[in-house]
Design a protein around this ligand. Structure first.
Ligand code: MLT
Length: 239
């Protein structure tokens, strides 16, 4: 099994994804929020690229969630804080969701054979699902506006560690994946502090979302794996 990591979504070409399992990671905060919402009973998340598409698709019985500039969008029910997506709010609900980088990364990954949403919250489950699918793996770090985001790279490193430890077959990891794996090993004992020092962690803390950063640094809180299904609209559901 080959495992490759892309440091931002802008680096990925469609041919890199064909016949591969793609794991999209946006630790702060889109994929952490998606994992939490589905763990808390949401039946599906519809990832949309633009605010206009999200508004157009929203129906009476759906919740509208997401952010621009890390803040809740005017008229939306929910922002992009995973803590908002509690069981009492999201159970049995469909959520139309748009974020600056995370949902864009999902849309840019559509050429993959199977597309999973990964985060620290479900890293081990994601690794096991990728192993079960028996295809080469591409990990797409969403990044922030086409810049690398360390928290995504560290999460890629964690998922690589779990794949390597759980794999029966030989795994070959590309150079960036090896670097991220080593970086993860360096900081795994103080992940929350590390995430609070990342650019995105500092930005979110400045505007009052420090608790989100700490929450998103929890490893394997959940065992659900959001898998992308459907076409029009796309939907993420638990495997
Ligand atoms: C994104 O998808 O751009 C991020 O999740 C932004 C945020 O944390 O609000």
């Amino acid at each position: 099994m080959q495992i490759d990591v892309f440091s931002t979504v802008g680096e990925v070409r469609s041919e890199d994804l064909t016949q591969k399992t793609v794991i999209v990671i946006d630790v702060l905060r889109a994929t952490s929020t998606i994992v939490s919402a589905l763990a808390n009973g949401s039946v599906a998340i519809h990832p949309m690229e633009t605010v206009g598409q999200a508004r157009a698709f929203a129906m009476e019985d759906t919740l509208l969630g997401g952010e621009r500039f890390c803040k809740k969008i005017q008229g939306f029910d929910l922002g992009n804080s995973p803590l908002e997506y509690s069981p009492s709010v999201v159970a049995e609900r469909r959520i139309v969701f748009t974020t600056t980088n995370g949902t864009r990364a999902i849309h840019k990954s559509l050429r993959g054979e199977t597309i999973l949403a990964g985060s620290f919250l479900n890293g081990n489950a994601c690794a096991n699902k990728a192993l079960q699918l028996k295809k080469d793996v591409v990990i797409v770090c969403a990044g922030t506006k086409d810049h690398f985001a360390l928290e995504d790279g560290l999460c890629a490193g964690y998922i690589i560690q779990r794949i390597r430890e759980n794999a029966a077959q030989v795994t070959n990891v590309g150079d960036l994946g090896v670097a991220m794996y080593q970086a993860y090993l360096n900081v795994h004992g103080h992940l929350a502090e590390t995430l609070l020092q990342c650019e995105s962690g500092k930005r979110l803390s400045r505007i009052g979302y420090q608790d989100d950063v700490t929450y998103c640094s929890q490893v394997d809180l959940y065992t659900n794996v959001p898998v992308l299904r459907g076409h029009n609209p796309l939907e993420l559901q638990n495997d």
